[in-house]
Design a protein around this ligand. Structure first.
Ligand code: NAP
Length: 246
């Protein structure tokens, strides 16, 4: 089994890549050029498990970079079984003063990125009549918090896109699902956790009474990548420890 994971140098993406490596997948790890060292460390750890792993550097919001990464991945791995669109950014800011450039950047990476990566790999999945596409959205795309309206919009966009793509490619043996993490302790997640009282409030809202770890997201992603989920498509699954949102 082969998988291409975007934004895989750290946080949730690295946890997903390592988990799929442990489950026997050969893994292509994407991140931007600045993260080459960290991405290579994750690839080395997967190689040490006996699986093939290779780094593909490129910005997921750049169409030609996505096409080139897909070409290079298929040349190196022969086929693609699964894609995990995990790369994402969060730039906090209230709508009132939000810079247009920040809106564009968040949309370009979080919403257009998955579209471009999928478009680059879809022909190979169609030819084989098989594919698993997993998009990392967010509970923020269903509810959201102040200063994250543009982030919420980008994640809601991914969920809508996934529901329609699932209908377009379902008869070809390709499933498309979203995983929606809650509050997960990563470099990005810390934005929501900087103030102690806010962190405590999130923990209180969570049925399992703790903030999530990147590894908590990996199992549900592996389920959607596997054949155990072969009759599940177009879904958006919360992986948030049971956050009760009023
Ligand atoms: P993270 O720690 O910031 O990691 C994201 C990774 O994606 C970084 O290595 C980042 O590199 C990379 N990346 C950013 N822009 C990219 C681009 N254009 N092309 C390729 N790679 C790019 O974030 P995380 O918390 O693990 O989040 C992973 C995913 O889960 C995101 O889609 C996020 O929206 C979602 N999520 C996270 C949480 C949470 O609480 N942490 C909750 C819900 C959803 P640089 O930063 O160096 O650019």
């Amino acid at each position: 089994r082969t998988v291409f994971v975007t934004g895989a140098s750290r946080g949730i993406g690295a946890a997903i890549a390592l988990d799929l490596g442990r489950r026997g997948y050969d893994v292509g790890l994407n991140d931007i050029e600045a993260q080459e060292t960290k991405a290579t460390e994750v690839a080395d750890a997967i190689n040490a498990m006996g699986q093939k792993a290779k780094v593909f550097l490129g910005d997921v919001s750049d169409k030609s970079a996505c096409n080139e990464m897909a070409r290079a991945f298929l040349a190196a791995f022969g086929q693609v079984d699964a894609i995990v669109n995990n790369a994402g950014i969060l730039i906090a800011g209230e709508v009132d003063g939000l810079a247009e450039a920040h809106w564009d950047r968040v949309m370009d990476i979080n919403a257009k990125g998955p579209f471009l990566v999928i478009q680059a790999f879809l022909p190979a999945m169609k030819v084989r009549g098989y594919g698993r596409i997993v998009n990392i959205a967010s509970i923020g795309g269903k509810h959201g918090a102040p200063e994250q309206a543009h982030y919420s919009a980008s994640k809601a966009a991914v969920m809508g896109f996934s529901r329609v793509l699932a209908q377009e490619v379902g008869s070809l043996g390709i499933t498309v699902n979203c995983v929606c993490p809650g509050i997960i302790l990563t470099d990005m997640g810390r934005v929501n956790l900087e103030v102690a009282s806010v962190r405590a409030a999130w923990q209180d809202k969570t049925a399992l009474a703790r903030i999530g770890a990147p590894e908590d997201v990996a199992g549900p992603v592996a389920f959607f990548c596997s054949d155990d989920s072969h009759f599940v498509t177009g879904q958006s699954l919360n992986v948030d420890g049971g956050i009760v949102l009023s």
